[in-house]
Design a protein around this ligand. Structure first.
Ligand code: AOF
Ligand code: ZN
Length: 367
């Protein structure tokens, strides 16, 4: 499939990097392959060995790396962060050529990288499978370019774009397998955000029901603090992080919620921009999943803040114009201002179809 041997090995780096998905955020997904005499002599990925970077994981394995070529999907770092510079170990192990996919957008970690390698007579080649490398780490690129979380929306809908009937009964539009699939999406995120109406209507758990688990932060936008004190989120808040953004003052209810493990973050500036800033900086949410409902999705759409969407379509038509749409913007939107997405992929899940699109923000990175 890849005629060029560099692309062939780079694809393997990308595949390896994926093993870190859901584990390494805020760091990027990185895989590394070392090749000597046309043979792979070592591999590594970030996340495999504590927090060591992919190159270090591969080069720490016993072997003679002198004269070998190192393939990695992201430019090797030259900084001391949680781990020492990858360029140091690349030089120490006498690698003669480094082929990397794309430059690291985190400038701080690569200021000396290319120079260090060149000074040590290591040949550099870059921009191999550039688009694929950016796409794999699209969240990391958006984080560094925009200083905000990467935001992806997910919803299940009928063929005519409805997520619930007009009484907001929405539980079983898509099939079991689709719902199971969406738990993998939750696993790839740091936080999952919903509006208060979704909590009141669906009483969701917003947890990950997979064999592997992680402490995904559950986030509710609830300006008037109208959450019910006996809902599933509150009942489980001691076990699973639960953050409520609110601007109301309800002393007794707040105390009760806090005693039950809920974090209440009061904001005067209740704009989406400020909520995202707090999530990114205070709560370290670098990848944010939006699970609705319509009002919340509408707000993010309006601000062109959906970097990616996953739409599960069930073979059902509501036919009722009053059923609830995936986005509920209560204003006229001129056809010239409809939000454009770019198709990324699809998956057939029994009789449902999953459609995956990237937004303009990600598409721009690829140009
Ligand atoms: C690499 N290889 O596998 C990764 C890199 O705090 P640290 O030490 O883990 O450094 C984090 C930064 O290092 C991260 O923001 C990104 O710029 C780079 N990640 N670099 O050479 C890797 N994961
Ligand atoms: Zn590194």
């Amino acid at each position: 499939m890849y005629s060029d041997f560099r692309e062939f090995y780079m694809k393997q780096c990308l595949d390896l990097a994926l093993y870190g998905q859901g584990i390494v955020s805020p760091n990027p997904l990185v895989g590394c392959i070392i090749v000597k005499d046309n043979k792979i002599i070592s591999t590594g990925f970030h996340g495999e060995n504590g927090f060591f970077h992919a190159e270090r994981v591969a080069l720490m394995k016993p072997g003679n790396y002198e004269g070998a070529t190192l393939f990695v999907n992201l430019q090797p770092c030259s900084h001391f962060g949680n781990t020492p510079p990858c360029t140091d170990i690349i030089i120490e192990k006498k690698i003669s050529k480094v082929i990397y996919g794309i430059e690291d957008p985190n400038i701080d970690s690569v200021i000396y990288s290319d120079n260090e390698l060149k000074k040590n007579r290591i040949i550099i080649e870059k921009n191999i499978l550039r688009k694929e490398c950016i796409l794999l780490n699209r969240f990391f690129f958006i984080n560094h370019k925009k200083n905000r979380p990467y935001i992806f929306g997910k919803w299940g809908q009928t063929i005519d774009g409805k997520i619930a009937d007009y009484k907001f009964k929405s539980k079983f539009i898509t099939n079991n397998q689709s719902r199971q699939h969406s738990h993998n999406l939750r696993f790839s995120a740091d936080g999952i955000l919903v509006g208060i109406n979704t909590v009141l209507n669906d009483n969701p758990m917003l947890n990950i029901r997979l064999k592997k688990s992680k402490n995904l932060k559950r986030i509710v936008i609830d300006p008037d603090l109208s959450i019910k004190t006996d809902c599933n989120l509150v009942k489980t808040a001691k076990k699973i992080s639960t953050i409520i953004f609110s601007k109301a003052f309800q002393c007794e209810k707040e105390l009760f919620l806090k005693d039950n493990g809920v974090i209440i973050r009061k904001l005067e500036d209740f704009s989406i921009k400020n909520i995202l800033r707090v999530l990114y900086i205070e709560f370290n949410v670098k990848i944010l999943m939006l699970e609705g409902g319509g009002k919340t999705l509408g707000k993010f759409l309006k601000k062109k803040l959906l970097d990616e969407i996953f739409v599960y379509i069930a073979p059902i038509i509501s036919g009722d114009k009053n059923s609830v749409s995936c986005s509920d913007r209560q204003e006229y939107v001129d056809i010239d201002n409809f939000t454009q997405f770019k198709f990324l992929g699809h998956k057939i899940i029994e009789d449902d179809i999953l459609l995956n699109y990237i937004g303009e923000s990600v598409n721009c990175l690829l140009e």
